[in-house]
Design a protein around this ligand. Structure first.
Ligand SMILES: Cc1cc2nc3c(=O)[nH]c(=O)nc-3n(C[C@H](O)[C@H](O)[C@H](O)COP(=O)(O)OP(=O)(O)OC[C@H]3O[C@@H](n4cnc5c(N)ncnc54)[C@H](O)[C@@H]3O)c2cc1C
Length: 438
């Protein structure tokens, strides 16, 4: 850990070397944030980072948040389509210390969730350092602190594109909380010939609404929650011809069962019954509701939805109307894509079709492996928490929130666990620090 005198001395030395003037300035400015050796660095200002910050604030523990975008909750603000409503009931999306307004519906619209998060950040005076993309983080055993390097992101640009200038800032802290999300980067399917397609191609994170597709023939590739809903959005708009390419088997469940949200029903049933039993209930109900979906090209996997989620991380689709659009012929189901040419897509059953646009709903991934030196293996190769007990806690003050694949409600519990754990160490480090809030 650099103290202020040492840091100033460092800066004096560096100031004498012209090409390092900028770096010296940045080290000085970041020193404001590194004065307190017992500081926490949170990476990511989505719901998980905000919840952790609120807990730390309540405990009086100093922290900073580094966020690559120019706003909080950038995934919800910039990376989602207009018609999106949350699949999880509103109480499962609450952050600590703040209930959802009574006036909000059970399934929040995207904008309502964004408003809630913005007010949350204002209430807790959470002020992230925006436009800072973390490009490297490692534990310095000698200094016993985390060293984080950020590069300046291009302000107001698409959150996933950053400038190439090599401006680097450094931050030091005793604790590091990784809250960069499971959806940090768009995954573009590797479709042979895609580069030759002359129509519109975009990832689901860039899709906003159906307007640009009026009068066009569109293929949505991928039948996860995003793909199914985007297909529904397109097919609900006159003059758009919509197809959906479904590569493999998938579980489609109604968003509500027995008058309750499917998500909350699953949470309740899993507390009492074994997963296999819950799976049987879910599949039986869905079959009653939808009939045999194989007739429409949607094959169910052999193992149940929760077992599949636990084994492969594959989330079941919660249907908000797509299945009935498929049944009434407004969405045509196609098999997986084999290859693409200038205007034609060939499918694995050898059939071909021409399209004006392709929407690639082919998923997201974590970016943690690209910047974290994960010495003791808290994360999998895919940058998610290993599915074991205490997956939120690593060694040397490293924590992860929102990366366990278990949704927002578990992320909120992890945020509290992390803050409690840090509080414990913080209290031992400097007992007088917490006098002010006890
Ligand atoms: C289409 C869609 C619908 C969804 N619907 C639901 C739903 O209904 N219910 C539900 O519970 N979940 C839903 N999710 C999951 C969603 O990911 C979570 O609800 C929630 O956003 C997770 O919060 P988070 O803070 O962990 O991650 P995020 O919201 O992704 O926030 C992570 C933040 O970290 C920042 N970041 C990433 N990398 C870096 C870096 N290197 N340096 C600095 N900052 C970085 C990002 O810019 C982002 O602001 C949905 C996801 C998608 C894509």
């Amino acid at each position: 850990m650099l103290n202020r005198n040492r840091l100033n001395h460092c800066c004096d030395l560096i100031e004498n070397i012209p090409s390092h003037r900028m770096v010296a300035h940045q080290l000085c400015s970041s020193s404001l944030a590194t004065d307190d050796p017992a500081k926490v660095t949170i990476i990511g200002a989505g719901p998980s980072g905000l919840a952790t910050a609120a807990w730390l604030k309540t405990y009086g523990i100093p922290y900073i948040i580094l966020e690559r975008a120019d706003c909080i909750a950038s995934l919800w603000k910039n990376g989602m389509y207009d018609r999106l409503r949350m699949h999880t009931g509103k109480h499962y999306c609450e952050l600590p210390f703040k209930s959802m307004p009574d006036s909000y519906p059970t399934y929040l619209k995207r904008d309502q969730f964004v408003d809630y998060l913005e007010e949350y950040a204002r209430n807790f005076q959470i002020e992230p350092y925006f436009n800072e993309t973390v490009v490297q983080a490692s534990y310095n055993h000698h200094a016993k602190s985390w060293e984080v390097h950020t590069r300046r992101s291009e302000p107001n640009a698409n959150q996933r594109q950053f400038d190439r200038d090599n401006t680097i800032k450094q931050y030091f802290s005793k604790w590091l909380v990784v809250a960069t999300g499971e959806n940090a980067e768009a995954v573009i399917a590797d479709l042979p010939g895609l580069e030759n397609f002359e129509g519109i191609v975009l990832h689901s994170s860039q899709y906003k609404n159906a307007l640009p597709f009026k009068g066009k023939k569109v293929l949505v590739v991928g039948a996860g929650n995003s793909g199914m809903e985007i297909a529904l959005d397109l097919s609900s708009t006159e003059s758009i011809t919509t197809s959906l390419a479904v590569r493999g088997p998938l579980h489609v469940l109604p968003r509500e069962m027995f008058g309750s949200s499917t998500f909350s029903l699953i949470m309740k049933l899993c507390k009492i019954f074994p997963v296999r039993f819950v799976d049987r209930v879910l599949v039986a109900y869905s079959q009653l509701k939808f009939g045999d979906t194989l007739l429409y090209g949607l094959r169910r996997p052999k193992i149940g939805p929760l077992e599949l989620k636990n084994a492969m991380g594959k989330t079941p689709v919660l249907d908000v109307g797509t299945v009935s659009m498929i049944k009434n012929g407004c969405i045509e189901v196609k098999p997986g894509v084999d290859c693409v040419s200038s205007s034609t897509v060939r499918f694995v059953d050898n059939s071909s079709e021409t399209y004006d646009a392709l929407v690639l709903a082919t998923g997201y991934r974590s970016n943690v492996p690209s910047w974290l030196h994960d010495e003791y293996g808290l994360f999998t190769e895919q940058g998610l928490c290993k599915s074991c007990k205490d997956a939120w806690k690593g060694r040397n003050g490293l924590y992860a929130v929102g990366l366990s694949g278990k949704g927002l409600s578990v992320a909120m519990e992890d945020a509290r666990r992390i803050a409690d754990h840090i509080l414990h160490a913080y209290t031992e480090l400097a007992p007088t620090r917490i006098d002010k809030f006890i």
